[in-house]
Design a protein around this ligand. Structure first.
Ligand SMILES: Cc1cc2nc3c(=O)[nH]c(=O)nc-3n(C[C@H](O)[C@H](O)[C@H](O)COP(=O)(O)O)c2cc1C
Length: 168
């Protein structure tokens, strides 16, 4: 049975909800930690790591970039993210692509992403910068996410990844 760590960065709780849905759907030896509390020992000690973050400026938040770079080589890994832009848009994929490059020595088994509401304060502020216009225009419709269905899909993602991990 895999020993699994779920670790995440979350400022307003969206990514944390997804992390908890993943965690709840895991079997066996498992732990869930905010990435600020997860250390090298936690990472070395597990067989599989789920790493989650919100998309910031089309990318991985800087503090999370540093964390991802420390993932030990050959570690089985899965990413999850939340974002304000529409699911499937180029913007929603860019951050996962960037994270994949940062963790190129790990064994990436898959990734999951869903929308997450953007706080009104953040939205008003971000709308003012031209580089954010592309996604802030679509962000209002993320206000109900992550919803029940997103969390159900995150649970299915957890099952799928653990099946893949057990076959490695
Ligand atoms: C500073 C900042 C930058 C953001 N940049 C993007 C972005 O480039 N693209 C996007 O789709 N969403 C962006 N978002 C929206 C967040 O990714 C989204 O609200 C996410 O669900 C927040 O997750 P959290 O509650 O776990 O912090 C941004 C949010 C903030 C606060």
């Amino acid at each position: 049975m895999e020993k699994t760590l779920v670790t995440y960065f979350s400022q307003t709780g969206n990514t944390k909800k997804v992390a908890e849905a993943i965690y709840e759907n895991l079997q066996g030896d498992k732990q869930i930690k905010n990435f600020k509390e997860a250390d090298m020992e936690d990472m070395k000690d597990c067989d599989l790591i789920f790493v989650g973050f919100p998309v910031h400026s089309h990318s991985v938040p800087v503090a999370m970039e540093r964390f991802i770079k420390q993932i030990p080589p050959n570690k089985k890994l899965a990413f999850f993210s939340t974002h304000g832009s529409l699911t499937g848009s180029r913007i929603s994929r860019e951050a996962i692509e960037h994270a994949t490059v940062l963790a190129s020595k790990a064994k990436l088994l898959g990734s999951f992403s869903c929308r997450g509401k953007v706080s009104l304060e953040a939205l008003e502020l971000l709308k003012k910068s031209p580089e954010h216009r592309a996604w802030t225009d679509m962000a209002a419709s993320a206000s109900t996410h992550p919803d029940k269905n997103d969390l159900k899909e995150a649970g299915s993602f957890a099952h799928w990844i653990t099946t893949l991990a057990s076959q490695e």
